[in-house]
Write a protein of this length. Structure first.
Ligand SMILES: [Zn+2]
Length: 159
């Protein structure tokens, strides 16, 4: 995407930028073409990405059992250890949990579907999926499922 111009073919962009000193950021879309994530090489999440993480995480700390509001957007896998500044590797944490994850023996890494996997110093593993609020709707019921649902409703009403 060239600002002020629009989309450009990838091959042309690679050729045009081969000698240039440029800043390139990968953007990710869902199958419908809506932007869903943005890559960054900087350690600190850009404002838009940080806002995306807070929204995805529902404004609540991602640590299992913690209901405190998010105060920090930070890497699950540490940036110093190669963790990317990306939606998959960022999580919203409260101040206490953000400090605790830096303690000796604690590890975290991104899991599938926005989950964060935390490993404690004792080896216990906890998975924290993002809030259910943002999961897609289930597929529509099939004709057979609709008939079965109506039978169950009719049976329940007759009882
Ligand atoms: Zn917390």
């Amino acid at each position: 995407m060239v600002e002020g111009y629009g989309p450009a073919p990838a091959a042309w962009a690679r050729e045009a930028l081969s000698d240039a000193e440029v800043f390139i950021r990968r953007l990710f879309t869902d199958p419908a073409g809506q932007l869903v994530a943005m890559e960054s090489r900087s350690r600190k999440a850009p404002d838009g990405l940080a806002e995306f993480i807070v929204t995805r995480d529902g404004g609540i700390c991602r640590t299992n059992g913690c209901d405190a509001p998010i105060r920090n957007v930070d890497h699950a896998e540490r940036h110093a250890d190669g963790g990317k500044t990306s939606a998959a590797n960022l999580q919203g944490l409260c101040e206490r949990c953000n400090q605790a994850k830096e303690a000796l023996g604690w590890q975290a890494r991104p899991g599938p579907d926005g989950s964060i996997i935390t490993i404690t110093p004792t080896g216990h593993v906890y998975t924290s999926p993002p809030p259910d609020t943002w999961r897609p709707d289930p597929p529509p019921l099939s004709r057979a499922e609709l008939v079965l649902r109506d039978m169950v409703v009719d049976h329940a009403l007759a009882a």
